[in-house]
Design a binder for this molecule. Structure first.
Ligand SMILES: Cc1cc2nc3c(=O)[nH]c(=O)nc-3n(C[C@H](O)[C@H](O)[C@H](O)COP(=O)(O)O)c2cc1C
Length: 329
């Protein structure tokens, strides 16, 4: 039943405010306490959006994945809209760690917002180099993007192998004591196995997940629309896929899961939390509606009232549907 507050005379408006104030939106990702569960997804937000969305409204900011060395990114076209989502092959253009430290990182730190720095590499060693270069920075956490193509393994991402995920997490741990969120790739047969490998190797949380692999075809030229040949598919269409991955990962680990994929509304946030996420990241929605995250955050409190919870964290992992031991679908 919905939790309704009946108001029949003006003074009781204060009572509504009191009730509203009682909703606690805070969540904890290990030692990282967030005022609310909403963060931007890596690569989908920048400080230029601050006039539309004050940074201190966010649970934390997450940077675009930064590499140790400067990288140009992929050839054009880099983005294309599809019927139900977006396909991108931006290819992680990166200023390199030194420029990043002097530029974006300094700017984000000055804002007073919690900062999560996404790090990546095309070779295993590159993950360790960037961890060594940035590992002592005073940031809330590092998010390790294990979806980058790994050039020692024929382009296969580190995130496709539990052994390689464990190796990279342990390797990075040598260079930083900061919390580590491991951002997993969705293109695996058992996300639970990969998430568990990350947990056992020392991850603070897992982010589930990165974009799905996709292709758009130009039928006249008979070429891929995207310059790099294929891209990452994101947006509302991937929400059910990401939700299932979140549920499966949350079943396999005791560390927090950060849900990501197709979130556009506060109700989507609740779905992800009920499926097992402690916090969420919003990506493509910001491209279609730059104010999406502030609208989502503003809607969380009234939604908690409607769902009868005084703390949003009460939603986490409350999916009340038994999981068959051998699912047919
Ligand atoms: C243009 C674009 C750039 C992205 N860049 C990164 C990146 O640098 N690192 C990363 O881990 N994920 C990157 N992603 C993936 C997003 O962080 C997110 O995982 C994905 O878009 C799914 O969420 P969404 O459906 O809400 O967009 C990017 C996505 C888009 C659309």
């Amino acid at each position: 039943m919905e939790n309704r507050v009946v108001v029949d005379k003006a003074p009781e408006l204060t009572q509504i405010d009191d009730v509203a104030a009682q909703v606690d939106l805070s969540v904890a990702l290990g030692e990282v306490n967030l005022a609310n569960p909403v963060m931007p997804a890596s690569g989908c937000f920048g400080p230029e959006l601050a006039p539309l969305l004050p940074l201190d409204q966010l649970g934390a900011v997450v940077t675009k994945t930064v590499f140790s060395v400067e990288r140009a990114g992929n050839p054009a076209h880099r983005l294309t809209e599809t019927a139900f989502g977006m396909l991108n092959s931006v290819g992680i253009p990166s200023p390199g760690s030194e420029e990043f430290r002097k530029g974006l990182l300094k700017q984000y730190k000055a804002s007073g917002t919690k900062v999560v720095v996404s790090i990546g590499g095309l070779f295993t060693q590159e993950y360790y180099t960037i961890a060594e270069e940035l590992g002592n920075e005073d940031v809330a956490a590092f998010e390790v993007n294990v979806s980058c193509p790994n050039l020692e393994h024929g382009g296969l991402a580190i995130g496709t192998s539990p052994e390689r995920v464990a190796e990279v997490v342990k390797g990075i741990r040598r260079f930083t004591t900061r919390p580590l969120f491991i951002k997993l790739t969705p293109t695996v047969s058992s996300i639970g196995e990969i998430a568990k490998a990350a947990e056992d190797a020392g991850a603070t949380a897992v982010t589930v997940s990165n974009s799905f692999s996709g292709l758009a075809v130009n039928i006249h030229k008979r070429t891929s629309v995207l310059g790099s040949g294929a891209g990452g598919y994101t947006g509302p269409a991937v929400k059910p896929l990401a939700l299932k991955l979140v549920r499966d990962a949350a079943q396999a680990v005791s560390i927090p899961v950060i849900g990501c994929g197709g979130i556009t509304t506060a109700e989507d946030v609740a779905e992800f939390m009920i499926a097992g996420a402690t916090a969420v990241q919003v990506g493509t929605a910001t491209f279609t509606r730059p104010t999406a995250m502030s609208e989502i955050i503003a809607d969380l409190e009234p939604l908690c009232h409607r769902l009868n919870v005084s703390k949003i964290s009460e939603l986490i992992g409350t999916l009340d549907t038994p999981i068959p031991s051998r699912s047919l679908s």
